[in-house]
Design a protein around this ligand. Structure first.
Ligand code: KIV
Ligand code: ZN
Length: 514
């Protein structure tokens, strides 16, 4: 491998799924994995095969159906977890087992309740057992940045001796800073005698907002794999945002002298897809993928920008797939035009799916004169939300009365999983509350709505409204999204989507171990 290449390891489907309130169905995971393959990340961590039967199946399916990236699964340094990982990856040539074990004294004392010698034995045994299944084995000493460096060197040396081909240095609690983390990588290169037999990887969390900076400092110091999630998803404050590290390396080539093989033009689509499926909106000023990332507002900036783009723009928006709001289709566009534009956007539809989308497209075009790529993506997401959940309720009609001169009331017609169409009527504190209460009467599932937000997909009064909802059920949070030019209809769709996702995820007996 070229010594200047940085391997991009995407853990959106594993650490990203540990984001509080996330939780994906198998179909959703598959859809994301396909997009990550188009993005050309080098490694996809597809899940945690030993954590539940649902995750085992999802890892197996992704490993068998996705070509291009190496597919890996996480496994605790325990025989049962490693066997689950090995079985999920059975027969898949391009696969890796990623096994991990805490190494800091605070974890050893309070979490593992084991001494350093016992941990060393477990680490070596885990790597050896993983080698029985695959050649490509990654080992992570969890909480490496708070581990006694001498012990860290020793454990790395032993696992490399046992066959680890990548050693990952996690800043598990986002404690480090760029100078310190870069120095740690240099000291590992100096003090681990067999380090040239393995690739050094880094996995930074963002608790102090330094995950991207720490990852970049590490590659400057000699690491050659960066782990992270699209949109910076992940446990607590998240992981390094992969779009940020990728674009930092590609925007400043003469500073870093490093490169990745990522197809940066797929960044925008990946980010929007993942935001939509996870139900986590992207903050407007988010680097690279926020709505404002390439908007110039001050008159002075605009003036200079119009004279010479580089005065205020360090990246061309097109390099990250920014298509903005270019007009693409309208009311008079036909099926062939829609198919061709969707093809350009990466959606290859069969006739039946095209018919469904064309119907929704025509309805939208009746309400919205100009349809952009962002509108088409919103339509596709809405369509996938309906098809991605196996057991499902579907919103048929929504009728509401609201305003300041009458009591809010909603009438809802839902298609139920058993094929029946059921109608319900309810009042509420407002139209959305009335809609949710009417839906509850039909689903008979007792959930609590904990969060509600609306955003516009494009500018203008006729924009599609995208509603994000979170519901709580038995202590767990499930998100749902819905889009429509009528935001009360979008709210009904989002609420039903959250309920459908709850049912699908429970069916997969999804549970998180770490
Ligand atoms: O943050 C962490 O330490 C992890 C490991 C499992 C790599 O996610
Ligand atoms: Zn992590």
């Amino acid at each position: 491998m070229n010594k200047d290449k940085v391997i991009i390891f995407d853990t959106t489907l594993r650490d990203g799924e540990q984001t509080a309130g996330a939780g994906l169905t198998a179909d959703e995971k598959m859809r994301i994995a396909k997009q990550l393959a188009k993005l050309k990340v080098d490694v996809i961590e597809a899940g945690f095969a030993g954590s539940s039967p649902g995750d085992f199946e999802a890892v197996k399916r992704i490993a068998n159906e996705i070509t291009g990236p190496i597919i890996t699964t996480l496994a605790r340094a325990l025989p049962a977890d490693i066997d689950a990982a090995g079985n999920a990856l059975k027969g898949v040539p391009n696969s890796r087992i990623h096994t991990f074990l805490s190494s800091s004294d605070v974890h050893l004392m309070h979490q593992m309740k084991k001494d350093r010698e016992a941990i060393m034995v477990m680490a070596v045994d885990a790597v050896k057992r993983s080698k029985d299944y695959v050649d490509d084995v990654e080992f992570s000493p969890m909480d490496a940045t708070r581990t006694d460096p001498e012990y860290l060197y020793a454990i790395l040396e032993e696992v490399i001796e046992a066959g680890a081909t990548t050693v990952n240095i996690p800043d598990t609690v986002g404690y480090s800073n760029p100078k310190e983390f870069g120095d740690l990588i240099k000291s590992i290169k100096k003090n681990v005698s067999n380090i040239d037999k393995a690739i050094i990887s880094v996995h930074c969390h963002n608790d102090l907002g330094m995950a991207t900076a720490n990852s970049l400092s590490a590659v400057s110091a000699g690491a050659r794999q960066i782990e992270g999630c699209i949109n910076g998803l992940g446990e607590r404050a998240g992981n390094a945002a992969l779009e940020e590290v990728i674009m930092a390396l590609s925007t400043r080539p003469s500073f870093y002298n490093l490169f990745t093989d990522v197809n940066t033009e797929e960044i925008g689509t990946s980010s929007r897809l993942i935001s939509s499926i996870f139900g986590f909106p992207i903050q407007y000023n988010k680097a690279i993928v926020g709505q404002n990332a390439f908007r110039h507002s001050s008159g002075i900036h605009q003036d200079a920008f119009l004279k010479e783009r580089t005065t205020f723009e360090i990246m061309e928006p097109e390099t990250v797939g920014w298509r903005g709001e270019a007009l693409v289709l309208g009311k008079l566009s036909g099926r062939a035009g829609l198919r061709s534009r969707l093809n350009d956007l990466g959606y290859n539809l069969g006739d039946e799916e095209l018919n469904e989308i064309f119907k929704a497209f025509k309805e939208l075009a009746d309400n919205k004169r100009e349809l952009t790529d962002l509108d088409l993506e919103a339509l596709m997401s809405e369509q996938h939300r309906i098809s991605d959940t196996q057991t499902k309720f579907e919103v048929k009609t929504v009728k509401v009365i609201c305003g300041n001169s009458s009591d809010p009331n909603a009438e809802i017609l839902l298609l139920c999983p058993d094929g029946r169409e059921i109608n319900a009527n309810s009042g509420g504190t407002g139209p959305v509350d009335a809609v949710c209460k009417a839906i509850d009467q039909i689903t008979k599932i007792d959930v609590e709505l904990t969060e509600f937000s609306v955003s516009a997909v494009t500018e203008g009064i006729d924009s599609i409204g995208e509603v994000t909802i979170r519901i709580e059920k038995d202590g767990s949070i499930y998100s749902g999204r819905g889009s429509d030019t009528d935001i009360v209809v979008a709210s009904a769709k989002a609420y039903v989507n959250a309920i459908n996702r709850f049912i699908s995820i429970i069916d997969q007996s999804k549970k998180t171990i770490i």
